[in-house]
Write a protein that binds this ligand. Structure first.
Ligand code: HEC
Length: 149
C-alpha cells in the first residue's frame, strides 16, 4: 500500500521536473539580472581585448579571451526571453517586435566574435577584427538598448 503511494509521489515529482525542464520559465526579475550579468561579462571581455589591442596586455591572451567572447555570444540569444522588458531593464521593447532585425544583430555579433578568434596573433588582423566586433555591439545597442539615463 505504502509503496504504491510512494511510487505515485515519485511519478508526480518526476513529471514536475520533466515539465520544468521542457518549458523553462524564469521570473522576469531573474531573467533581467541574468542578462545584465552576461552582458557585463561581454563588456569585461571586450575591455580586456581592447587592452591587448592597445598593446597594454599580452597578445598571448588573445586566443583565450576571444574564445570566451565566442562562447558568450552563443548565450546572448537566450538571455532575451519574451516578456523580459519593462522599467528595470535597458532592453527596449522592439527586441520582441522586430524579431528578425534583432536576430540579425545577434548573428552579426556571433560572426564578429568568431572572426576575432581566428585573427588572434596577427596584430593588424586582430585590430581590424576588434573594430568590427565593437561595431557589432553598437549594431545592437543602438536600435535595441535604451539610452543611458
Ligand atoms: C544582440 C544585442 C546585443 C549585442 C550584440 C550586444 N549587446 Fe550589450 N546589451 C544589449 C542590451 C539590450 C543591453 C541592456 C540589458 C538590460 O538592461 O537588461 C545590453 C547591456 C550591455 C552592458 C551593460 C550591462 C549592465 O551592467 O547592465 C554592457 C557592458 C554591454 N551590453 C556590453 C556589450 C559589448 C561590449 C558588446 C559587444 C562585444 C555587446 N554588449 C553586444 C544588447 C546587446
Amino acid at each position: 500500500m505504502i509503496s504504491k503511494n510512494i511510487r505515485f509521489v515519485l511519478a508526480f515529482v518526476a513529471l514536475t521536473f520533466a515539465t520544468a525542464l521542457a518549458t523553462p520559465s524564469y521570473a522576469t526579475e531573474d531573467a533581467i539580472k541574468y542578462r545584465k550579468g552576461v552582458m557585463k561579462a561581454v563588456g569585461g571581455t571586450m575591455g580586456s581585448l581592447a587592452a591587448i589591442m592597445k598593446g597594454k596586455a599580452s597578445m598571448s591572451h588573445a586566443p583565450a579571451l576571444s574564445q570566451a567572447m565566442v562562447q558568450l555570444s552563443k548565450v546572448v540569444p537566450d538571455v532575451f526571453p519574451e516578456g523580459s522588458g519593462g522599467n528595470d531593464t535597458a532592453a527596449k521593447d522592439n527586441i520582441w517586435a522586430e524579431k528578425d532585425k534583432f536576430a540579425a544583430a545577434v548573428k552579426g555579433f556571433q560572426t564578429a566574435a568568431m572572426n576575432i578568434s581566428k585573427a588572434s596573433g596577427d596584430k593588424a588582423a586582430f585590430g581590424a577584427a576588434f573594430k568590427a566586433l565593437g561595431g557589432s555591439c553598437g549594431g545592437c545597442h543602438k536600435p535595441f538598448r535604451k539610452p543611458k539615463k
